[in-house]
Design a protein around this ligand. Structure first.
Ligand SMILES: [Zn+2]
Length: 420
């Protein structure tokens, strides 16, 4: 964390919870934001030039231990999700703790270089914890639990808890990282693992309403996913879903008494949206949807209901998912992609989804996610094109210029001004 005071200025500052400031300026004091305003009002120590200062990105869903698969680039067209899932299973099974850990290490660096200062990672038995804890960023690391069959479920649950037991509270504070649990998905994970995870008091993440085959399995205990699981020797004849609707997996009984970060949610029933609003959760528990635009497009799914969810007050944040389903761990790439697909989403909303909403979902909105006095100086610095735009957000969105620096707790940790 930076000690002392530094004032930086740039062509634009996008605070997210306030209007963009042209010729803006931000003062960092002891790692925190001490002042945000116009460069005309305060002399700066460092002029970043034709750059935007925005809050560091919050990647609300990723799997750092996964690398690229052959044929997952957008140029290859729509990919069959079950074929893809089989490849992911093979990649995981072929990997060792060392090789998966090395991939996680590499991916943490890539995420940081892409302006990410906070990420939610789902990982096998805490595999990504080391790389994430060493990196200058915040994180919530969800240990995955998975298994329809009881023996497999017990095995992954025991491995997750072995890791959870090894991370002391003071390690979490020192690493700016917290631990959580990730019941994988209704189609792969038995109901008792969901209930057990929900009783832990830890933050939880799950893949929900990801594909039509999941609805078929929950409603009829049959369909392509059942055959897929039978082929993998992962099917259990005695398996019963928690309920016929994906939302049952986060809203039934004691499952409501937990924070849930829901990856995807594409096929959630619109009738269930009201249950996902912050006001519908008991005792301030939080539910949010992590939408991964490029991964969603890769599988040719039905349109994602992000707009309807947002209109009903549900928090929709953004994730990249893993390199197995998209080309980079960059939230800037995700919001540019979404802007091209849906020009009616405002730049202000897109940037909020990529920062403050993710911070809220991970219970850190008072610490990070916007450029507000008192919050941590977690910043992404983005090069801007040499043109004028009536809507300044288009300088970020209608451009292919990169993130040129990442700042965490006031320290320049990647890019052009590294160590400044
Ligand atoms: Zn995922």
């Amino acid at each position: 964390m930076r000690r002392g005071t530094l004032t930086i200025q740039a062509r634009y500052v996008f605070p997210v919870d306030a209007e963009p400031i042209e010729d803006g300026c931000l003062t960092i004091q002891d790692g925190r934001i001490a002042w945000v305003g116009s460069a005309a009002d305060r002399p700066s120590d460092l002029d970043l030039g034709n750059v935007a200062i925005i809050p560091g990105f919050v990647n609300a869903h990723t799997h750092l231990e996964l690398g690229p698969l052959p044929g997952n680039g957008s140029s290859h067209g729509v990919v069959d999700e079950l074929t893809w899932l089989r490849q992911v299973v093979e990649q995981r099974r072929a990997g060792t703790d060392t090789s998966l850990g090395a991939t996680a290490e590499e991916n943490v660096r890539a995420a940081l270089g892409a302006g990410t200062t906070f990420l939610a990672d789902t990982t096998t038995a805490g595999l990504s914890w080391g790389p994430v804890a060493r990196a200058p960023m915040r994180a919530v690391v969800f240990a995955e639990v998975i298994g329809l069959r009881r023996d497999r479920g017990l095995q992954t649950d025991a491995a997750a808890w072995r890791w959870l037991g090894s991370v002391r509270p003071e390690n979490q504070v020192a690493a700016c990282a917290r631990v959580g649990l990730g019941p994988h998905a209704p189609y792969s994970t038995s109901g008792w693992l969901y209930y057990k995870s929900a009783s832990s008091g830890l933050p939880l993440s799950t893949h929900l309403a990801e594909m039509p085959e999941e609805l078929q399995l929950l409603q009829h205990r049959d369909g392509p996913l059942r055959r897929f699981l039978e082929d993998l020797d992962a099917w259990d004849d005695d398996w019963e879903p928690i309920g016929p609707r994906p939302a049952d997996y986060v809203r039934r009984g004691d499952l409501r008494k937990a924070d849930w970060l829901i990856a995807h949610g594409t096929y959630l029933d619109a009738e269930d949206f009201w249950q996902l609003r912050p006001e519908a959760a008991p005792d301030g528990h939080r539910v949010a949807i992590a939408f991964c635009p490029r991964t969603h497009a890769l599988f040719g799914h039905a349109p994602h209901p992000y707009r309807a969810l947002l209109e009903r007050g549900v928090i929709v944040c953004l994730g990249t998912d893993s390199l197995a389903s998209c080309e980079s761990l960059s939230l800037l790439d995700e919001i540019r992609f979404l802007h091209r697909r849906d020009g009616s989403l405002s730049g202000a909303l897109l940037l909020t989804m990529a920062t403050l909403f993710g911070a809220w979902a991970l219970r850190a909105e008072t610490t990070t996610g916007s450029l507000k006095t008192g919050k941590s100086a977690d910043l992404a610095l983005i090069a801007l094109p040499d043109r004028v735009e009536p809507d300044p957000f288009n300088l970020l969105l209608e451009s292919d210029l990169p993130v040129v620096g990442t700042v965490f707790e006031g320290d320049f940790v990647t890019g052009r001004w590294l160590g400044a």
